[in-house]
Write a protein that binds this ligand. Structure first.
Ligand SMILES: Cc1cc2nc3c(=O)[nH]c(=O)nc-3n(C[C@H](O)[C@H](O)[C@H](O)COP(=O)(O)O)c2cc1C
Length: 183
């Protein structure tokens, strides 16, 4: 199956979070992976139509999208947030709709649950089938127990996608207050 990783670290390939993705690739080589450095490359993605189109087409081809991001100041970094804004501004939701999604973060566990709740809600708004999250401490990869937990998480994701597990959205869509609509 094809896993598209949306890298939410402004550091790009050298990010700590991407080392967790590298570990997953090593342990699950039977899948294909495409890593999109959407935070690091946000200026190009926003300003170059060809880069934007290529990014969206890669996402469209995914069997599962992995939102992989670090925590920066209690949520995802602003570049990642901008990428998410662009999806809605440019009406690209259809490239995500119906695809399985999951999230993986590294942090020091300060407001990581808020960031995952945000990404879960965004996935719901995009019509994705959100399966769950793995929230690692930035040094967890050094622990055998945590590596085993990460492998179990990925195995569960793969099974869910392969068995086409039904997923219900958990977050109601936002409705504009009538006062805003009156303006
Ligand atoms: C400026 C800054 C802000 C951070 N804010 C948070 C935070 O709010 N919550 C948290 O748990 N970790 C926070 N961290 C820790 C990072 O999430 C952690 O180092 C992460 O593994 C970095 O991943 P990356 O190398 O993939 O960017 C922060 C780190 C920095 C440098």
């Amino acid at each position: 199956m094809k896993i598209v990783v949306l890298n939410g670290s402004p550091k790009g390939d050298i990010s700590v979070t991407m080392q967790y993705v590298a570990y997953i690739r090593k342990k699950f080589p039977e899948h294909t992976y495409e890593i999109l450095n959407v935070a690091h490359e946000i200026r190009k993605i926003e300003n170059d139509t060809a880069v934007w189109n290529k990014t969206i087409e890669s996402i469209r081809s995914a069997d599962m999208v992995l939102w992989a991001f670090p925590l920066y100041v209690m949520v995802v970094c602003s570049q990642y947030k901008r990428f998410i804004e662009l999806i809605f501004e440019r009406s690209a939701q259809d490239a995500f709709a119906g695809t399985y999604a999951a999230s993986l973060s590294t942090s020091i566990h300060f407001f990581d649950q808020t960031a995952h709740a945000y990404i879960h809600a965004i996935s719901d708004d995009l019509g994705m089938k959100y399966l769950g999250f793995y929230s690692a401490d930035m040094k967890d990869l050094l622990s055998g127990e945590e590596r085993t937990r990460l492998e179990k998480f990925v195995s569960l994701l793969v099974t869910a996608v392969q068995e086409k597990m039904p997923v219900q959205r958990e977050n109601a869509p936002l409705v504009l207050p009538s006062l805003v609509l009156l303006r």
